[in-house]
Design a protein around this ligand. Sequence first.
Ligand code: PLP
Ligand code: ZN
Length: 399
Amino acid sequence: MNVLELECSACGRKYDASIEQHLCTCGKPLLARYDLRRAAATLNLENLKSRPRTLWRYAEVLPNDPTVSLGEGMTALVHAERLGASIVCGLGGLQHLFIKDEGLNPTGSFKARGMTTAVSRAKQLGAKALAAPTAGNAGGALAAYAAAAGLPAVIVMPADAPVANVMECQAFGAKVVKLNGLISDCGKYVAEHKDREGWYDVSTLKEPYRIEGKKTMGYELWEQFGGKLPDVILYPTGGGVGLIGMCKAFDEMQEMGWIGAERPRMVAVQAEGCAPIVRAWEAHQSSAQFFPNAATVASGLRVPGPLGDLMILSMLRQTKGTALTVTDDEMLHAGRELASMEGIFAAPEGAATVIATRKLAASGWIQPEETVVLFNTGTGYKYAEAWQRALQSAGGGAL
Ligand SMILES: Cc1ncc(COP(=O)(O)O)c(C=O)c1O
Ligand SMILES: [Zn+2]
């Protein structure tokens, strides 16, 4: 087993990784720890050249269970020259703007990364049924990987989640429970039913292995930039697992001697209608308050009470990053820009990072010579409702 032990992200308490584990007794998430010296002996740019083009190429720093894989990871890193040139930054535009297109993953979002590792591990640990609350995309990914693993899945989502997410879960054979509420209400439902029903809880950060899949976004950036990391990473933050995962990857890389203490400045982008992390950041707080009446077209950003708030805020501080909001109208507008200038049909969450870049470049926080990576976390094909609104408001007429 590659994972030596699990360690609490808040209090440091250690747990046995060879049995099913969820949260620490203090209520905070657990992180997987490896023998990184051993990993570094075989994991390097040269060896990576001949490995399969999935995230499992980083095997030494992942749980080594028999994998339930659908070909996830190694998504394109697109040089967005036209979009970069259109961003006002100093006297010219941004020449080194890149988009990591996570919409190219199985089930159309970066959620596939977390689910390949979590479902592989759950199956190995003997799980009989998998359950998770979801804003939409995580449910689709869990349902797909559960089907690939031959396990039943229960997906609990808000009744107003994008219709494509409901359909994909049903097509993958999962049981879908729709609730009139937010993802936080769906989380309560799973917590209340899991013991009685015998479900293995795959909720965000409530098991330690989704982070492990998500962290590979950080490893891929390093590999795709030829052994370097960018200056700035903009990430649409809901539960924050991708942001936490990438920062964990950077710490592991430093321990393996790949990089020094320098880090990309991490930027958490949230929706104006649901911004618990941004509000806490602006108030210089180390934890976030529950965000009341959360509402945004970017369903993945509608996470009013993220469990990883302490980690997210501390990583923003440690990397000298920042956090900012964008409105739904800005996201929909930016989605059209990204599509028409770069040929990328993005989720509103991904489009949000374009507006955030414009704002940070205009204020001088991003400098013209810097290498900047935007995460398009999902494909626009899942967001028929949002895109209909975007195209109508652009004068496209009735669809
Ligand atoms: C497309 C998309 N982007 C971003 C997020 C937020 O992800 P994270 O939990 O890693 O912050 C989600 C979560 O549902 C999502 O579906
Ligand atoms: Zn703890």
